[in-house]
Design a protein. Structure first.
Length: 209
């Protein structure tokens, strides 16, 4: 007897290959509290990430928000014993993904992706912080200064990198002093800007000054 191919085998492989990206129609999952800020990470415009579908590194032309992976692993934080612990409230990407036929997923995965302001109430204090941080701590701007410094060795670009890193640290320290949960910073701010600066350039910057 032939095995049925069009049925989930509950192997958990789809959840181990990386968490889903949120889309605008997933906003209710955040707003109703099924998914919290501490469960999310923002990848910002200009950031280089690995795209599983394209099997290539890409530079993001807009920010995206994803569920976090488990620490040190690729698998989704909500995978438990090969099952999704938030199954009734899983994101749309998970709902349209069928390992036996990924056509629907491929048609959907790059459409109407959510950004932070699609999830966070706007206007709000948090929305204002996100907007101001994006203005003053741009990944695209940082990448430009890094590339220009590599080409020219002009210390003015090094100073500009330093300023961006200091601004990023200021926002994070401000929220820590206000009692914010650092587990939410991956969503609110994305990765620390120091993660994008090559070690040889970081060694020239004194962040204590």
């Amino acid at each position: 007897m032939m095995k049925e191919k069009n049925k989930c085998k509950k192997c958990g492989d789809c959840c181990r290959n990386g968490p889903p990206t949120l889309h605008k129609e997933d906003a209710y999952l955040y707003k109703e509290g099924h998914i919290k800020r501490s469960h999310l990470i923002t990848y910002r415009k200009g950031e280089v990430i690995y795209d599983n579908v394209k099997d290539a590194l890409i530079s993001l032309d807009q920010e995206i928000v994803k569920l976090k992976s488990k620490k040190g692993k690729k698998e989704c934080i909500f995978l438990e014993n090969n099952l999704c612990s938030i199954y009734p409230f899983r994101p749309k990407e998970c709902r349209v993904f069928n390992c036996w036929n990924i056509r629907d997923f491929l048609e959907f995965y790059s459409k109407d992706r959510a950004q932070r302001l699609d999830l966070v109430s706007n206007p709000s204090a948090l929305a204002e912080i996100i907007i101001e941080h994006e203005k003053r701590c741009s990944v695209t701007e940082l990448n430009f200064y890094i590339n220009e410094f590599k080409k020219t060795k002009d210390k003015d670009f090094l100073k500009k990198i330093h300023i961006l890193l200091d601004q990023d640290r200021f926002f994070r320290d401000y929220l820590i002093e206000a009692g914010a949960d650092k587990e939410e910073f991956d969503f609110i701010f994305g990765k620390e800007l120091t993660n994008f600066v090559p070690p040889e350039i970081m060694s020239l910057i004194d962040l204590k000054s």
